[in-house]
Design a protein around this ligand. Structure first.
Ligand code: PMP
Length: 306
């Protein structure tokens, strides 16, 4: 595993990793004017399989629309480029990072004078929070930093600048010895982790905050809805008070990076029996069975790169 590959696709061509550079006065560097995605490719019996590629690209273009920065290149073209990039770099398992950003033009707050540029990178990547985290769970802290109020930053869009908030949540958790931070929304209700959506299980029912709790509508979150339906587990999108976490039977986080990670301690309170819960494990099993090719891709989630 290394944070490097051969080529990066940048503004129309595959360039060497070392040469994928932009001007220091590019708008995005100063003002966070970019929209991006985090996508994963799994090795399905040796063949790279990109997880929910179309859905990630849909969200990328939705983010771009929200931030008034639709690129010239079409979604379909970017999908093809992403597939090509995996081949060019001979990757089996990968983390894929497309970014649409405002480049070099004028360094004023009006972004329209700066060109809209596009890049896609991919590299080899293992688990985000570690294999142990997936099996044994992690600790989390409720952050003193809230998610942005609905009329401040558009949380439905994956905008680079939004991630200042996520970093503050992560830094606080890290500095205080917790694995992850969970942010409340501006009304004090549970929102999400620094880079993950959150679910709780109580009496056999799954609950997760709705989009009006300042969350990013996660693609893994949606995958939980799909799998839960198949498994016959009821799901409710519900505003959650902070204390509902402490009395939950199970808590887990979902995301492209975190996959499905149990949370076994929050604010030093043990959740349930302190172990990965039964429903969490069922969902993990169902998820990884598809991503490993163990079971059929019946939801059409995988794009095989042949
Ligand atoms: N919330 C935030 C703030 C995130 O950055 C992410 C990761 N993209 C998620 C939730 C989970 O989304 P997904 O399952 O699409 O990766």
């Amino acid at each position: 595993m290394s944070f490097k590959a051969d080529k990066i696709w940048l503004n129309g061509e595959f360039v060497n990793w070392e040469d994928a550079k932009i001007h220091i006065l590019s708008h995005v560097v100063h003002y966070g004017s970019g929209v991006f995605e985090g996508i994963r490719a799994y090795s399905v019996k040796g063949i790279p399989a990109i997880f929910r590629l179309k859905d990630h690209m849909d969200r990328l273009y939705d983010s771009a629309r929200i931030f008034r920065m639709e690129p010239d290149i079409s979604k379909e073209e970017l999908i093809e480029i992403t597939i090509e990039l995996i081949k060019v770099n001979k990757l089996k398992e990968a983390y894929i990072r497309p970014l649409i950003y405002r480049g070099y033009g004028m360094l004023g707050l009006n972004p329209f004078k700066c060109p809209i540029e596009v890049m896609v990178a991919a590299w080899d990547w293992g688990t985000y929070l570690g294999q142990d985290a997936l099996e044994k769970g992690i600790s989390a802290k409720i952050s003193s930093w809230n998610r942005a109020a609905p009329n401040t930053f558009p949380s439905m869009a994956k905008i680079s600048g939004n991630y200042v908030n996520s970093q503050l949540v992560k830094i606080e958790a890290y500095e205080n010895g917790y694995d992850e931070g969970i942010a409340l929304d501006s009304y004090g209700f549970v929102s999400e982790g620094s880079g993950e959506n959150l679910f709780i299980v109580r009496h056999g029912v799954l609950f997760t905050p709705p989009t009006n709790s300042s969350i990013l509508p996660g693609i893994t979150r949606h995958s939980i809805f799909v799998m839960a339906r198949e498994l016959g587990i009821p799901v409710k999108q519900h505003v959650l008070p902070r204390e509902s976490l402490y009395v939950a039977d199970e808590v887990f986080l979902t995301g492209t990076a975190a996959e499905i990670t149990p949370v076994t301690k929050i604010d030093n309170i043990t959740i349930g029996n302190g172990k990965a819960g039964e429903i969490t494990k069922k969902l993990q099993q169902c998820f990884f069975d598809i991503l490993s090719g163990e079971k059929e891709d019946r939801f059409g989630w995988l794009t095989l790169v042949k």
